[in-house]
Design a protein around this ligand. Structure first.
Ligand SMILES: [Zn+2]
Length: 298
């Protein structure tokens, strides 16, 4: 058995010897702390953000990802946007936008009233991303995702997600294709019955080996690969430059006149990118002109 610290920010895949079911367990600590520290999130919003972060990593592991997987909730409610991203480099980032005061015990239906959860998978080299949408009719992120899997993938999937100040944790069980429909139903019922005792504290505090033994000690569980995850942002000065170009020269010049520079901050990692007059002029000049200018300087 490993102690908690060595398992922090790990995803553990596992299978059962006697059932066509696969599983994944995740605990995020450092990554979760970093995402949460970017803004002063109300506790109820932070809680959903953490669950979504753990969920994105669980889902990314179920597809052969070479690119990025994004989970996005949009709503007319007080939380207008929740977005998390997991890349095939096993990095995570996420943010939430909200208005007004949000009660500590606000539920998902209130925060994301009339909202939808969109799953996007962008594979490198594939033009059209995969997109799946489910309306948030359940009162939990896990419930919404289970509905999504039942409708679009036709795969029985159970997901448990919990967060506290230190940890975002998740557990997932998913059916694998099996020839015998009676056996698969029976296996699924048995494993779900065993996992139904899972508590929030167990998910957030126990390491994978201890938890799986506690839930499934009557089964033979085989641990497969472990994935380490970390926070990383994919923003760059070049991407911000592209955003300023989209803004247009007139708008950029206005900001320059007012502030002396154009500054944009990345909403995911709070990195501030500053462009002065010379930088902005460079963005809007013809590359050929820059070349001939630099020649005359030499
Ligand atoms: Zn960033």
């Amino acid at each position: 058995m490993q102690d908690d610290a060595t398992q922090a920010d790990h995803l553990q895949r596992f299978i059962f010897d006697s059932a066509a079911v696969r599983g994944e367990w995740i605990q995020l600590r450092q990554t979760w702390q970093t995402v949460k520290a970017q803004r002063d999130y109300p506790p109820a919003v932070a809680s959903v953000l953490g669950e979504l972060l753990a969920a994105a990593a669980l889902l990314a592991e179920t597809v052969k990802l070479d690119g990025r997987l994004v989970l996005q909730c949009r709503s007319e409610g007080p939380v207008s946007l929740l977005m998390v991203e997991c890349t095939s480099d096993h990095t995570l980032r996420g943010l939430a936008n909200w208005q007004d005061d949000i009660a500590d015990d606000a539920d998902l239906q209130t925060m994301l009233a009339g909202g939808t959860l969109v799953l996007t998978i962008e594979q490198n080299g594939v033009k059209q991303p995969y997109q799946g949408v489910v309306s948030i009719d359940e009162n939990s992120v896990a419930g919404a995702l289970e509905t999504y899997f039942a409708r679009s993938e036709q795969l029985h999937t159970r997901i448990w997600l919990h967060t506290d100040q230190q940890t975002a944790g998740g557990l997932m069980l998913q059916q694998l294709p099996e020839q015998d429909p009676n056996k698969i139903d029976e296996d699924w019922r048995r494993l779900n019955h065993l996992a139904a005792t899972l508590t929030r504290d167990e998910l957030l505090q126990l390491d994978a080996v201890t938890l799986l033994h506690r839930l499934f000690h009557e089964e033979t569980v085989r641990l497969l690969s472990t994935t380490m995850l970390e926070f990383a942002c994919t923003c760059s000065r070049q991407r911000v430059a592209d955003t300023i170009k989209l803004l247009g020269k007139a708008e950029a010049d206005d900001i320059l006149q007012e502030n002396g520079y154009v500054e944009l901050a990345c909403e995911f990692c709070n990195t501030h990118y500053q462009f002065d007059e010379v930088d902005v002029a460079g963005l809007f000049s013809d590359p050929m002109t820059i070349q001939s200018d630099s020649k005359t300087l030499h």
